[in-house]
Design a binder for this molecule. Structure first.
Ligand SMILES: [Zn+2]
Length: 422
């Protein structure tokens, strides 16, 4: 007599071709973001599959978001299986938007080609394979005839690649994912079959504008150069702030190792007259730069912001004639699932059983939808686990290993069942 877990594993093996076929079908829908192409088709494909698996399916346009337009509607999809008892649901969430194909492909980025053990295509790894694994993990539980106590939900969402505001954030704002409804969330982002991602660093994107006073370029001493003012700030970022950040390391297991440190990047800069246009001899009265500061859980947002304000104040004191202003562009709080979260225990146990080696806990250098689950939905018990190699995400000739897809489906199925029954 096979155990429920063994029956579920057998059902996943039997469904292997269906899993690959479903992932390939999703890859063939070019749900490219930006601008958000074919979202409705992709949401429908997922919804139809969930309905065929007996789920109660809701297609949810992100009404109220500026991104949701008639040309590029933002449609999310949620499927739900009731459990034996009422209570909080176990939720699997994956984004179905993909970044543009870009250059350098030797295969059709939207062909969904299967070659040997690989499914090729934009989004194969990030993260349509993960979505297919989630959908069939739940289906394997059903086919095995194993009862689950808590409800189980699967969602496919939009716009993760551009911040997830009309996707997971919308679902959380409308309480489809929420502390009143959800006990744990697993996001099958491609961290690999033996790694559980427990969270990510924070993001502080801001813009600094320096304003001076223009004058004739032949008499620059009569003006105040905003570019010169900005150069003081850039010096401080390079010579003082940068080295200070490089000395701060997080206890979170961020991979790759270089991202365990606090960092800052200058995303862009413009000032004075547009280079390449007909020149005019003017002192630059305006210069602005955009910065991307990745901060650690241990640093916190307030300290991060205060430190930037103080660096800008120092630049200001070095060039009093220039007026500096800081404007926030995007803020993402760092997030980390509690160490003793049952979702971590369930996944690490299932990985040991299915993959046959111990799981490692990692954290992500960039952010993903976990932030919305934690901060808006109020569900800290959220992690990422899914098939595919992170390094292949957004690359030409992106692919996902089929063996990994099947293995991750088993891990997800066993974990979901355990979480639903505890
Ligand atoms: Zn992703």
């Amino acid at each position: 007599m096979l155990s429920p877990a063994d029956r579920i594993i057998a059902e996943v093996d039997r469904a292997a071709d269906e899993i690959v076929d479903f992932a390939a079908r999703l890859v063939r829908i070019p749900s490219v973001n930006p601008p958000g192409e074919e979202y409705e088709a992709c949401a429908n494909a997922i919804g139809d599959q969930l309905r065929a698996h007996g789920a109660d399916v809701h297609l949810l346009p992100a009404i109220g978001k500026v991104e949701h337009t008639s040309r590029h509607p933002r449609i999310n999809v949620v499927g739900r299986h009731e459990g034996r008892v009422k209570g909080l649901a176990v939720h699997l969430n994956g984004h179905f938007d993909v970044v543009p194909a870009g250059q350098g492909w030797t295969r059709d980025p939207f062909g969904g080609e299967i070659v040997g053990d690989r499914l090729y295509g934009r989004g194969a790894c990030d993260m349509k394979a993960g979505l297919a694994a989630a959908v069939f993990a739940v289906e394997a539980i059903r086919r095995a005839g194993v009862a689950h106590a808590a409800p189980i939900e699967i969602s496919g969402t939009v716009d993760e690649e551009s911040g997830g505001f009309a996707g997971v954030a919308w679902l959380a704002e409308h309480r489809w994912i929420s502390r009143e409804r959800t006990k744990a969330v697993i996001i099958p982002e491609p961290f690999g079959v033996d790694r559980v991602c427990v969270g990510h660093r924070g993001v502080y994107w801001f813009e600094v504008v320096a304003e001076g006073r223009t004058a004739h370029g032949s008499m620059p001493y009569l003006g105040i150069s905003a570019i010169e003012g900005m150069s003081h700030l850039l010096d401080l970022v390079r010579d003082e702030l940068g080295p200070a950040l490089a000395g701060r390391v997080t206890t979170m297991p961020v991979v790759p190792d270089g991202s365990r440190y606090a960092t800052i990047n200058i995303n862009g800069i413009d000032g004075g007259q547009a280079v390449g246009e007909a020149p005019s001899p003017c002192v630059a009265d305006r210069c602005r730069a955009v910065f991307d500061r990745r901060f650690l859980l241990e640093e916190g947002l307030e300290r991060t912001r205060a430190e930037i304000a103080s660096v800008v104040a120092t630049a200001q004191s070095r060039m009093p004639g220039v007026r500096f202003t800081i404007e926030d562009r995007m803020i993402v709080e760092p997030t980390r699932a509690p160490e003793d979260a049952p979702v971590i225990a369930a996944l690490t146990g299932a990985i040991a059983r299915v993959v046959g080696r111990p799981a490692s806990l990692v954290a992500s250098p960039g952010t993903y939808d976990q932030k919305h689950v934690d901060r808006i939905a109020g569900v800290p018990h959220c992690v990422a686990y899914g098939p595919g190699e992170l390094a292949l995400a957004h690359q030409p000739d992106e692919y996902c290993s089929i063996a990994d897809m099947v293995m991750a489906t088993k891990v997800l199925a066993i974990s979901v069942l355990q979480l639903a029954n505890e």
